[in-house]
Write a protein that binds this ligand. Structure first.
Ligand SMILES: Cc1ncc(COP(=O)(O)O)c(C=O)c1O
Length: 412
């Protein structure tokens, strides 16, 4: 088949790059290559492949080493990584992991050096925050949390941390949807003597509505379990960067940790990529209609949703770095935890489950589930209350969802 040698748009690239049917008996879609090891064409080729992997030989141009062993790399990971790249504006390279947590952990353990510091915005996804406190901090790294959305506090913390190596920002934050200015953080890091790296957890709005690499981030991290996977049926993670060498360093650590995504999972996730933008657009339209309709409901104290932001600074960040509001919304209900639980109890279309980004709507009570590891001080710093329910809006008809939410609110 003739190769496309000119530049095409992401929707086209995701369906045309990374896979050559001629290498797979003409199959139009990639097969699953379930093999833990790969046969070398010659002992010299084996020596060369190991030399490249261990950094003893530098590959020339686009010259790729032969595959070795599936913990290092395998065809379905390569295909998936190649097809992820065009979806992330500014990316040149991608690495795939067996969960979002695996992706975050690999970034932290690779970038942080002995005696160095990590700054992160609060709240992060509860699991990420737990990972930092349970594993990263006890390993001896210095960790500092700053409130999401407070550019001044972040810039000051960057300037006041000489041993800084990495800043991890989740924007919008989960579940408060507070946005942090990526470009401002990137500028602050560029004037730091260590030139620390900026990693953005882009799970909530990426890759369709927010493009952190364009705003100066070094690494974009995903729980691909969410919008990329899209059907709540697999776990995966991904990291993308403009600098391909940075990704190569991560895949070197991945080979040692053994947290690459397996062939079957790569194949499933790969088949979802061409519909990410379609699904996210529909989900965002649904969520906006529902959020705006519930904003004046007497049982709802507050709807947290980007199109309803009132704070001028949050509106500024929203307009500067996001294209559409996305499909996550948080309701603060009357009646505290009891009100929130009564709401959840009455749902039938939307499921009371954690996770987000799938075609089916999911609703949870963050304080007692996704963020239950947080301390009372962290809850108040993050602005998470017991009256909050987080809704991940799916692709169902928005009127059915709004009808159900209105019915559930009547029960409070
Ligand atoms: C924003 C965010 N980052 C990371 C993760 C972790 O991803 P995974 O569950 O795929 O390990 C999650 C999971 O809920 C998340 O919501």
């Amino acid at each position: 088949m003739a190769k496309i040698s000119y530049r095409v748009r992401p929707e086209t690239a995701v369906l045309t790059r990374g896979f050559d049917p001629a290498l797979s008996v003409g199959a139009a879609r990639p097969p699953v290559y379930r093999s833990s090891t790969f046969v070398f064409p010659s002992p010299e080729a084996a020596e060369r492949a190991f030399g490249i992997v261990l950094g003893k030989i530098k590959p020339e141009g686009n010259d790729r080493p032969d595959l070795i062993y599936a913990r290092l790399n395998h065809p379905n990971a390569e295909i998936l990584e190649e097809q992820l790249v065009p979806l992330e504006r500014g990316a040149n390279s991608a690495a795939i992991f067996n969960s979002g947590m695996a992706a975050i952990f690999t970034v932290l353990i690779t970038v942080l050096e002995r005696g160095s510091s990590l700054i992160y915005t609060q709240p992060l996804y509860g699991g990420s925050q737990h990972l930092i406190h349970q594993i990263i901090e006890p390993l001896g790294f210095d960790v500092r949390g700053v409130p999401a959305g407070n550019s001044r506090a972040l810039t000051d913390a960057i300037a006041a941390t000489p041993s800084l190596k990495l800043v991890l920002i989740e924007t919008p934050a989960n579940p408060t949807l507070v946005m942090t200015d990526i470009a401002q953080a990137a500028t602050a890091l560029r004037s730091h003597p260590n030139r620390p790296l900026l990693a953005i957890d882009n799970t909530l709005l990426g890759p369709t509505f927010q493009h952190p690499l364009v705003h100066g981030a070094d690494l974009v991290i995903y729980s691909a379990t969410k919008f990329l996977g899209g059907f709540s049926d697999l776990l995966a993670g991904a990291v993308l960067a403009t600098d391909a060498e940075l990704i190569q360093t991560l895949t070197g650590v991945r080979a040692l940790l053994g947290n690459i995504l397996q062939a079957d999972e790569c194949w499933i996730l790969d088949s979802r990529l061409s519909t990410v933008a379609l699904r996210m657009n529909r989900q965002s339209k649904n969520a906006q209609r529902i959020a705006e309709a519930l904003a004046k409901h007497p049982k709802v104290k507050r709807v947290i949703y980007p199109s309803l932001f009132t704070d001028p600074e949050q509106r500024r960040i929203r307009d500067a770095q996001t294209d559409y509001p996305g499909s996550l919304l948080t309701l603060e209900l009357v009646g505290g935890k009891t009100g929130a639980f009564e709401f959840l109890r009455r749902l039938k279309i939307a499921k009371n489950a954690v996770s987000l980004g799938g075609v089916e709507s999911l609703v949870c009570h963050p304080m007692t589930t996704t963020h239950s590891e947080l301390t009372p001080e962290e809850f108040s710093a993050a602005g998470i209350t017991d009256a909050m329910v987080r809704i991940s809006v799916g692709t169902e008809h928005w009127k059915d969802l709004l009808g159900e939410f209105t019915y559930a609110l009547a029960g409070i």
